[in-house]
Design a protein around this ligand. Structure first.
Ligand SMILES: [Fe+2]
Length: 365
């Protein structure tokens, strides 16, 4: 079970209070050790998540020609970068055979569609990366277009606010000023980016819905999906964890991405994960067929990518880079999810890092 971090403590008590300091330290340690945490935020409404999931199920159950009218949609184009990435293949090889992800070597595109909806402010300056900072497109179907902006905006704002809380808690827990990360991402192209997988077509155990990978952004936050299937790997043990939200309560899952790894000089590593059809997914499909016979059988992931600003200069923060190398020396060895060769975190614009990663996963020509 992942550590549970309480955002309410951070939001309701003074910054220097012992409870806040302890919770922020716990958040930073969770990201260092697991690359992930569960977040409790009493402002998050399960009803809003359900309304969002209903909207996306309705959208993705439209005929293909309707879907193709929306340019904010990408279908079956994302490939797991890991399949051709040497450091990533070495990571897989070092895992115990029964803890390895499903085999992605065939390098098939993931059978999923993704919709991008930008959240947050456009840069007030001329960005060097206009392609990464595009505006939003509303689906034009009569049944969707009126409710689309408000539902996307409401759920997206809740996730954005929650993940920015984690970014501040992590900064405090790492001994940095609390706005260190949120200032660096003030004009980031934050994206509410739900994916959809057709569970009528993809209903067999061990089908890969999203192959083993890490996320390229700073922090990713997920609401509860209706179908299990997300596996993450803890950095400290190299063991696969089946993500399960506590049955009741207002929880979100937060995972570290490549920009946080880069900025922390590897003290925090981007978390590996995959989405597959497992036994729990199949059991949920069977149950929902009976309980909701009129609803489409589509797995929606309630995913939000929080980014640093595209024009921000990405380079390891010296105090974190030092702690990272001290820890490596202390441990004399590496965690199972460390590459055997030291990664080099070259200084670059965030937009450059994003473009390099998108080329790998073929979302950008
Ligand atoms: Fe991901």
């Amino acid at each position: 079970m992942l550590p549970i971090i309480d955002l309410d403590i951070y939001r309701s008590q003074p910054l220097g209070s012992p409870a806040v300091v302890a919770e922020c330290t716990k958040a930073a340690e969770a990201l260092i050790t697991y690359g992930a945490l569960l977040l409790q935020d009493s402002r998050v409404s399960e009803d809003d998540n359900a309304t969002f999931l209903d909207l996306l199920e309705d959208y993705f159950s439209q005929p293909l020609f309707e879907l193709q009218k929306t340019s904010a949609l990408k279908s079956n184009t994302e490939k797991p970068k890991c399949a051709v990435d040497e450091p990533c293949l070495r990571v897989i090889a070092r895992l115990e055979p029964d803890q390895r992800p499903l085999d992605i070597s065939a390098h098939q595109p993931d059978p999923k569609c993704r919709f991008f909806w930008r959240m947050g402010d456009m840069p007030p300056y001329k960005t060097q990366f206009p392609a990464l900072n595009a505006s939003n497109v509303v689906p034009q179907a009569e049944s969707l277009k009126d409710r689309w902006p408000s539902i996307m905006g409401k759920w997206g704002s809740a996730m954005k606010s929650a993940v920015e809380g984690v970014a501040q808690m992590a900064a405090v827990g790492l001994g940095l000023p609390r706005e260190t990360f949120t200032d660096a991402g003030r004009y980031g192209p934050h994206l509410l980016a739900p994916t959809a997988s057709d569970l009528v077509k993809y209903d067999k155990k061990d089908i890969i819905l999203a192959g083993f990978h890490t996320d390229l952004n700073f922090l990713t936050i997920h609401g509860r999906s209706r179908y299990p299937g997300l596996h993450i790997w803890a950095r400290n043990t190299g063991k696969r964890i089946l993500v399960q939200f506590p049955p009741t309560g207002r929880y979100l899952l937060v995972q570290a991405g490549k920009q946080l790894e880069h900025l922390s000089g590897g003290l925090i590593k981007a978390g590996y994960h995959e989405v597959v059809v497992n036994e729990a997914t199949i059991a949920t499909i069977q149950r929902r067929k009976v309980e909701y016979p009129d609803r489409p059988l589509i797995r929606i992931s309630s995913t939000f990518f929080w980014h640093l600003s595209s024009d921000y200069d990405l380079a390891p923060i010296p105090s974190l880079a030092k702690r990272s190398s001290d820890t490596n020396v202390q441990n004399k060895g590496r965690g199972l999810l460390e590459d055997s060769e030291d990664p080099i975190y070259e200084p670059m614009k965030v937009g450059q890092q994003v473009q390099d990663e998108l080329k790998h996963i073929e979302l950008m020509a």
